[in-house]
Structure formats: structure tokens, C-alpha cells
Design a protein around this ligand. Sequence first.
Ligand code: SAH
Length: 226
Amino acid sequence: MPTSREYTRLRSRMVDEQLVKRGINDRRVLDAMRKMPRHLFVAEEFKPYAYEDRPLPIGEGQTISQPYIVAFMSERLRLKSEHVVLEIGTGSGYQTAILCHLSKYVYSIERYGRLADQAGERIDQLGYNNIDIHIGDGSQGLPDQASFDRIIVTAAVPRLPKVLCTQLNTQEGRMILPIGDQDVQELKLVTRNGEKFSTRTLLRCRFVPLVGRYGFDDDIDEIEML
Ligand code: SAH
């Protein structure tokens, strides 16, 4: 098992080679990625691979996103320290912790109670208290807490959920989410000004499906097991 010093070195190399070389240049995002101990968000057996250029399993058939994708989405969200953010798909809590570092307050929703609890503990241990994790179907957002300056969806949706658009701040609200089928998607950026929405495609990507009312059907897990 690498020592804590080795992890710091591996993380710094990850930032230089996987992020800076591929064009991530937002200083706050790079600082957050340089600080955040990604190895604490995966199980013992995956810790040695925590700073490699790939997603890793986190249980329940889910994955922690590739570092580049986390940095890319965080950069494109243009997060400011006064922003209130909604994240859908807490998973390991790694992206959540990056959001906590870069914004004022984060609401995050996770479908699996076990993942939500684990993520909450890790984020707590890292000393962030600007976080509220909900267990449930995030595809419907959090109408009671809306509006949000930023919304990030870290699981694939078949189409743009209108219900999330309505929860975006009317003043330069930004949402980033992968839209497509279960195998491949396009990462889209939605911006809102008043009642005017515009959408841009950023890159092709592959996320696990969002399962819920405005996501994919609930029986998807069983279908995959056949
Ligand atoms: N950003 C996370 C990615 C986790 S994968 C990380 O880096 O660890 C996507 C997560 O979305 C999974 O944990 C999955 O359980 C969750 N998810 C799927 N459908 C959901 C839904 N309807 N509501 C909330 N979470 C959902």
C-alpha cells in the first residue's frame, strides 16, 4: 500500500499529466484536485489505482468518475464560492467533496443509502460541513430547496429533465449532465437566463445510468444481470 507521501506525489502527477496537459486550467479546480485525497473514496483494494486515469468500482454496480471528468465538469460549471449547488448521484462522494471545496453549499442526492452514508462520513472526516446528502430519486431534483446556481448530474439521463431546468437559478444558472443511451452519452451544458435556456454539447462520455422517474427504468439492473 502506498504511503501518504506517495499518494501526494501520485496525485500531483495525476493533476499535471491527466488534467493540465488536457487543457484544464482553472486554478481553483486544479488546487482542489491537488488537495482532495481520491484514495479515501475507494475501497482498500482499489487505493493503489486511485490516481490512475479511469473510473473505479465503488459497490452497488456503480463507479467513481475518472479524475479528468470530475475536473472537466467542475471547470465548466464555473463555480464561485457563493454558489449553492445541487448534485445528483453522490456515489463515492469524491465529486461532492470537490464541489464542497469550490462552493458555498452543496445538496447531493443518492439512490443507494449505503453509498450516501459512506460518502457523508468521508466528507465529514475531511472537515466539510457545507453539505446535505439526501437518499432518494434525484431525477426530480429538490424542489423545496430550489433554486440552485449550479446543477450537476453524474449519471446518464435519456433526455433533459424539465423538472431540473425549472430548479436552475434564472440568473446565469448552469447545469451540466450526460444525455444519451445507457452505453454512450454527450455531456451537455445548459445555461439559463430568465426563461431562456441554451444547450451546448461538450464531449462524448460514458456514465452509469440514472435510474428513476426522469431517468432510465428501475428494472435496468435486472436486465443487465440476465
Ligand atoms: N460522482 C460520483 C459518480 C457516481 S456514479 C463519483 O465520482 O463517485 C452515479 C451515481 O448515481 C451512483 O452512485 C448511482 O447510485 C446514482 N444514481 C443513479 N440513479 C440515481 C437517482 N435517480 N437519484 C440519485 N442517485 C442516482
